[in-house]
Every structure is written in structure tokens, then in C-alpha cells.
Design a protein around this ligand. Structure first.
Ligand SMILES: *Cc1c(COP(=O)(O)O)cnc(C)c1O
Length: 227
């Protein structure tokens, strides 16, 4: 496969941003270390990965000032491997997983930053909380007992479709939920600052709708080939 021109792709992508304060997480899943090193040299410090083993192997080999973002579905029995170093877990899709993160955070004496992944897409396979579950959990008692997690915001993925209206409506809905939750009285573990939405194909729509963090892979690193 052809080598991506990372510096050029990065510049191009950033130049289209509708909100310059929106943070870029460079999604480097499946890409080799040499490619991540090029992105690092170009100034990238936030990398997103979706597999625990791959992220941990990369973290071991790359500079320690990198902020590692877990963006993929996370199995509870693997939380322990990333608990010592992960910067932000975007993909907290259930209470059971959050409890496990709290437990592993306690073992390594960290408060682990998390985003709650909200189910906004039409697809049945996408993981996440629905609005009622979120409301009940955030206003309930259980969360107050969780001392080793910090809930920094929400994450969502739109339906994989060419219909831009569908995508926009899903992002709008998530953004409205975010604002609604922010207006509630919430426990100290919850400080809703980040709205992680938008990928290569839809980050401009996401920024229109209030995204604070976009997770961009192929627009920077080129297409992925899964072998
Ligand atoms: C792969 C992935 C991305 C990046 O996708 P691109 O279309 O390559 O930008 C973003 N978010 C999640 C959760 C992903 O798994």
C-alpha cells in the first residue's frame, strides 16, 4: 500500500475544522509504529486505538507524553492492562464496564477519565447507553460510590450511512442530551466537558452540532487494510 502523506493530510484536515478548539484524536488502529512516529513528529500527541493489546504494545514503544484514547468496545477482563496509563476511555458502553474501570482504577490509584458512549445510531449492533439509562444512573446513588472514575462527557457514533440528514439528526440529538445533562445537578465524579463525535466522513457535521473532540483515522493515515 502507498505511504500516506501524513503532514499534508493533517494540515488539510485541520484547515477544514469549523471549530479550531475542537480536539483531534488521531485514530491509528491497524497502523504500524513507523506511521505513528511520523504523526508524533508532526505534533500529534493524542492517539486513538480500539484494541487493548495493540494500544499497549504501541504505548510501550512510543514516547511517554502521548495521550492514549481507547475508542473501541472494551471487554471487562482487559481493563486492567490499560488502567495504569490510558488517558481517556471514550467507549464506556455499560454500567458493568464502568464498575470494572472503577475497580481497576482503585488498584493502580488512579481516577480514570471516561466518556459514556450513547447509542444514537439506527444499527442494532452499536453499543451504548440510552437516554433513560443515563439519566437514571447519573442522578442515582450508585455513581456516588465510584471514587476512581471521572465522567468527562459523552461519545457517540452516527449510523454508517450516506444520508447526511440522518447523521446530523443523530449528532443533534446527542448534543441536546449533553446540554440537558449539563443542566442537571450531578455528583462530583461527573463534569461534562467533552462531546466526542465525528470521524473522517462526518466530523464537519459533528463540529456543526457541538463536538469538542473528533476521532479521525483514514483522513490522516489513509485507508486501513485489515488482513
Ligand atoms: C475507527 C474509528 C474511528 C475513525 O474512523 P475513520 O473513519 O477512519 O476516521 C473513529 N471512532 C471509532 C470508534 C472508530 O472505531
Amino acid at each position: 500500500m502507498e505511504e500516506p502523506d501524513i503532514i499534508n493530510n493533517l494540515e488539510k484536515t485541520l484547515s477544514t475544522f469549523k471549530n479550531p478548539d475542537c480536539r483531534l484524536v488521531a485514530v491509528s488502529k491497524t497502523k504500524p509504529i513507523s506511521i505513528l512516529e511520523q504523526a508524533y513528529a508532526a505534533g500529534i500527541r493524542d492517539f486513538g486505538e480500539n484494541k487493548v493489546q495493540e494500544m499497549t504494545e504501541k504505548a510501550d514503544q512510543l514516547p511517554k507524553d502521548i495521550r492514549w484514547h481507547m475508542i473501541g468496545h472494551l471487554q471487562r477482563n482487559k481493563v486492567k492492562y490499560i488502567a495504569p496509563y490510558v488517558h481517556l476511555i471514550h467507549s464506556v458502553d455499560s454500567l458493568r464496564l464502568l464498575k470494572q474501570i472503577d475497580k481497576e482504577g482503585k488498584k493502580v490509584e488512579r481516577i480514570i477519565p471516561c466518556l459514556l458512549q450513547v447509542h444514537i445510531a439506527k444499527e442494532e449492533t452499536k453499543y451504548g447507553w440510552d437516554e433513560k439509562e443515563l439519566m437514571d444512573f447519573l442522578s442515582g446513588e450508585e455513581i456516588k460510590t465510584m471514587k476512581n472514575i471521572h465522567i468527562a462527557g459523552l461519545m457517540g457514533m452516527a449510523t454508517n450511512t450516506d444520508n447526511l440528514e440522518t447523521i446530523r439528526n443523530e449528532f443533534k440529538g446527542l448534543s441536546q442530551l449533553f446540554d440537558k445533562l449539563k443542566s442537571m445537578v450531578l455528583p462530583e465524579q461527573v463534569q461534562l466537558k467533552e462531546l466526542s463525535m465525528g470521524m473522517s466522513a462526518d466530523y464537519l457535521i459533528a463540529q456543526d452540532e457541538g463536538s469538542t473532540m473528533v476521532r479521525i483515522g483514514s483522513a490522516i493515515f489513509g485507508a486501513r487494510n485489515y488482513n
